[in-house]
Ligand binder design. Structure first.
Ligand SMILES: *[C@@H]1O[C@H](CO)[C@@H](O)[C@H](O)[C@H]1NC(C)=O
Ligand SMILES: *[C@@H]1O[C@H](CO)[C@@H](O)[C@H](O)[C@H]1NC(C)=O
Ligand SMILES: *[C@@H]1O[C@H](CO)[C@@H](O)[C@H](O)[C@H]1NC(C)=O
Ligand SMILES: *[C@@H]1O[C@H](CO)[C@@H](O)[C@H](O)[C@H]1NC(C)=O
Ligand SMILES: *[C@@H]1O[C@H](CO)[C@@H](O)[C@H](O)[C@H]1NC(C)=O
Ligand SMILES: *[C@@H]1O[C@H](CO)[C@@H](O)[C@H](O)[C@H]1NC(C)=O
Ligand SMILES: *[C@@H]1O[C@H](CO)[C@@H](O)[C@H](O)[C@H]1NC(C)=O
Ligand SMILES: *[C@@H]1O[C@H](CO)[C@@H](O)[C@H](O)[C@H]1NC(C)=O
Ligand SMILES: *[C@@H]1O[C@H](CO)[C@@H](O)[C@H](O)[C@H]1NC(C)=O
Ligand SMILES: *[C@@H]1O[C@H](CO)[C@@H](O)[C@H](O)[C@H]1NC(C)=O
Ligand SMILES: *[C@@H]1O[C@H](CO)[C@@H](O)[C@H](O)[C@H]1NC(C)=O
Ligand SMILES: *[C@@H]1O[C@H](CO)[C@@H](O)[C@H](O)[C@H]1NC(C)=O
Length: 346
């Protein structure tokens, strides 16, 4: 910006001719008469310096600080699931090395998987103070924005050891007395996944020899490790069990809530004992059956949850079940003329 200083008028020039006054003296005389010029120049200088700071540098610094900050998820829960929505509890910590403590407005955050611009869900993030260590706990009903993206999210979080979700959006940022500026969010969040439920096992399997009200003839416990920080409420899971492609039974897990850490869940099963005994005598003489566990349906309050169905169906689990041990415990081995000490190799 050019600042034009008005030329001195001729009357002043005459006064100065031939005089040997010092610059200081001239300045002192000059000042009272042209104080308004100096004031104008001062104001212009202040504006020239501060306007770019306020309108260019400040928004840039604000954006740069947001870019450098991190949001670390400390725990997460997906509860009360429905085909198109779920309750989300997301606890996170805002981390920043900046000493500038800005106030961030509430904003709508799109949640996207890495490599996708289509959000699987949208969150309302409440206003927060952007200081290092600020806790941000969000608890709300979240609508699934895009079914295919949410299926991918469920599958990715089940199968991966680690996965990335982006929080995208824009919102107001206010620092001290400065005017509000708008910043863009594109926070990369690294989350631990379920790692394909590695370690899944049937740790107890018991044949029930008396009639059961629900028609089942076996029960037991499954061991389901969840190495993530996320709690998944899944409702009722029904699974089919196959050995060698032969359906040997089905099982139901009621009211499943998969918490972080090791989960031990009870199940009830209906086994086809004709199929089991046939396999035992014809192929698995050692008594150890490889059992493929295939999820048929997850349902919550009578509603199917296709995202969990698809995720679990992409991850068939196989366990080894010692059928002779199960029969012995039920007191049926002797009846079949078998026991764990006289088993034949498979
Ligand atoms: C902030 O990050 C985005 C990419 O996420 C980039 O395009 C932008 O230039 C960055 N802005 C600043 C001020 O660092
Ligand atoms: C803060 O600075 C440390 C050391 O330079 C760095 O390791 C860390 O990632 C920074 N944290 C954030 C949130 O920028
Ligand atoms: C920010 O907070 C984290 C965790 O509370 C801490 O480890 C880190 O040292 C803090 N960084 C600064 C720059 O204060
Ligand atoms: C956020 O949730 C965590 C874990 O439940 C809790 O320890 C913390 O106090 C909560 N913070 C706020 C600000 O509500
Ligand atoms: C599964 O559980 C059974 C019964 O507790 C145990 O004998 C077996 O070693 C376990 N299998 C694996 C792979 O941990
Ligand atoms: C299986 O059912 C029997 C009989 O009802 C019960 O005693 C046992 O505790 C159950 N086992 C499991 C693992 O739930
Ligand atoms: C289990 O199998 C039986 C017999 O095939 C069938 O009647 C029943 O509906 C199945 N249960 C589930 C939960 O799939
Ligand atoms: C979970 O189970 C695994 C395998 O049995 C074990 O190594 C691990 O220590 C257990 N973790 C917890 C937190 O109990
Ligand atoms: C049980 O298995 C046998 C042999 O595989 C089969 O013929 C029969 O239909 C099955 N029964 C039921 C109820 O599925
Ligand atoms: C699971 O099934 C049982 C029995 O059918 C039912 O009472 C219960 O409400 C179901 N649970 C959920 C979460 O839908
Ligand atoms: C899981 O098993 C079922 C039944 O055997 C099969 O149809 C399906 O293709 C398998 N899924 C995968 C991912 O292997
Ligand atoms: C196992 O069965 C064989 C004959 O099939 C019998 O000689 C043996 O005593 C049985 N062992 C046990 C522990 O029941």
């Amino acid at each position: 910006m050019a600042i034009e200083v008005p030329k001195e008028s001729p009357t002043h020039v005459e006064e100065g001719v031939g005089s040997n006054k010092t610059f200081g003296q001239k300045f002192k005389r000059h000042c009272p008469r042209f104080w308004w010029i100096h004031l104008l120049i001062l104001i212009l200088i202040v504006l020239v310096v501060t306007l770019p700071v306020v309108f260019v540098a400040y928004p840039h610094i604000a954006q740069s600080e947001i870019n450098k900050s991190r949001l670390v998820v400390t725990s997460q829960s997906l509860l009360n699931p429905a085909p198109d929505a779920f309750d989300l509890q997301l606890n996170s910590v805002f981390l920043s090395n900046s000493s500038l403590h800005a106030q961030l407005d509430a904003f709508k955050a799109d949640l996207c998987l890495e490599g996708s611009d289509v959000p699987f869900a949208q969150l309302s993030i409440p206003a927060l103070k952007a200081a290092n260590g600020t806790e941000e706990n969000v608890s709300q009903r979240v609508q699934i924005q895009n079914k295919q993206q949410f299926y991918d999210y469920a599958k990715t979080s089940l199968l991966s050891d680690e996965y990335v979700v982006y929080i995208k959006g824009k919102g107001g940022l206010k620092y001290g007395k400065l005017q509000k500026t708008t910043v863009n969010y594109n926070e990369k969040i690294v989350l631990k996944g379920m790692n394909g439920l590695k370690g899944f096992n049937v740790t107890d399997f018991e044949l029930l020899t008396t009639a059961q009200p629900d028609g089942s003839n076996a029960n037991g416990t499954v061991f389901m490790p969840n190495p993530s920080m996320t709690t998944y409420e899944m409702g009722n899971l029904t699974m089919d069990m196959y050995t060698d492609g032969v359906l040997i039974g089905n099982s139901t897990l009621h009211n499943v809530v998969l918490k972080p850490g090791n989960n031990t869940l009870p199940f009830r099963a209906l086994t086809n004992q004709t199929a089991v005994v046939t396999l035992l005598f014809n192929k698995y003489k050692c008594g150890v059956f490889p059992v493929d566990i295939v999820t048929k349906r997850t349902s919550y309050n009578g509603q199917d949850l296709p995202y969990y169905d698809q995720a679990l169906q992409s991850n068939n689990l196989t366990i080894n079940l010692n059928v002779i041990e199960v029969l012995e415990k039920a007191g049926l081995a002797g009846y079949l003329g078998i026991n764990t000490t006289n088993t034949l190799p498979c």
